[in-house]
Design a protein around this ligand. Structure first.
Ligand SMILES: [Zn+2]
Length: 312
């Protein structure tokens, strides 16, 4: 065995998905136990490559990915780093990678504002807070070469990508369709396990999210390569399940409101009776995203005061 890695035990997983696609995941603990760390997808053909998302921006995570790429593909030319959205677990590795490999970083224009902003999220264990500060700093200094919108085609050697704008998780979330493999890189729009988190409005949007899912269903796909978790082999079933789950949750919320559960506190207690502390703020976001959609559909009216909301 060649010992190139500096740490004693392997700090990443790398899987060959198709002949063009490698899934690289640095084992970083993020927020919640059991929540898989973000994926970086190495898309390659001959010596041309594109990265979808960049992983984490701390030095160890960067070195893990950089060393893997150099050992496995010594002559590689990375043309682009395609970011699915602004969140630091997807974007913060890109400054170091872009400089080292001389690659161009691309993202949807609607992500610019949040990319430069400080994240409000402070939940999670202490040991991760120091790292998160580094990720946030790196995220903000992401060097964007070009802003890419719906329909744009990106090529690198034989590789062909189509940009699909899928607002919802964030307003500027992009999916990237690798035409060669009919494989969709979905970022956090579709995850490799059962839940999805919609950022709180106005950054996230449940109404747009459902529209985005319905649009994605129209593409002929062999695989979905998600932002977190394993490759999805049954794209249509997965998307249907997500839509079904969201509409079911929405009906549950609407019915509860009609029964008189109208404040944040009452709804949270009823819908998430035994929720873990770490998950509470993201559950609150989900609920708020659903209420905002119900309001957009003219089914309810919301009143928001000092970050607390209620149905009136
Ligand atoms: Zn995200």
């Amino acid at each position: 065995m060649i010992k190139k890695n500096r740490s004693k035990k392997k700090d990443y997983t790398a899987l060959n998905i198709t002949k063009n696609v490698v899934q690289h995941t640095v084992h970083n603990f993020q927020y919640i136990k059991g929540f898989p760390a973000s994926n970086t997808w190495i898309v390659h053909s001959d010596n041309d490559a594109v990265l979808v998302d960049s992983g984490f921006g701390d030095e160890d995570s960067f070195l893990s990915l950089k060393n893997y790429i150099e050992n496995r593909f010594p002559k590689i030319k990375i043309h682009y780093i395609l970011l699915t959205h602004n969140h630091s677990d997807h974007s913060s590795g890109s400054r170091k990678l872009a400089e080292y490999f001389n690659a161009a970083v691309l993202i949807h224009p609607l992500e610019e504002k949040m990319l430069r902003a400080s994240s409000k999220s402070e939940h999670g264990p202490v040991e991760i807070k120091k790292k998160r500060r580094i990720w946030e700093k790196e995220k903000k200094s992401t060097p964007i070469k070009e802003y890419i919108k719906e329909g744009k085609i990106i090529t690198a050697g034989k590789l062909i990508f189509q940009v699909i704008h899928t607002p919802g998780h964030t307003l500027g979330s992009n999916c990237y369709l690798l035409k060669n493999d009919k494989l969709l890189f979905s970022g956090d729009t579709i995850l490799g396990y059962d839940t999805v988190t919609i950022s709180a409005p106005p950054d996230g949007d449940m109404n747009k999210y459902l529209e985005s899912l319905r649009r994605l269903k129209r593409f002929k796909l062999n695989y979905i390569a998600p932002g977190h978790g394993p490759i999805i082999n049954k794209p249509k079933e997965k998307i249907d399940k997500l839509i079904f789950h969201r509409l079911k949750r929405e009906k549950q919320i609407y019915d509860l409101i009609m029964e008189g559960y109208k404040t944040e506190q009452k709804l949270m207690k009823k819908i998430y009776p035994n929720i873990e502390k770490n998950l509470k703020s993201s559950a609150k976001n989900q609920l708020f995203a659903h209420l905002a959609r119900l309001e957009a559909l003219n089914k309810i009216k919301l009143q928001i005061e000092k970050d607390k909301w209620k149905v009136i």
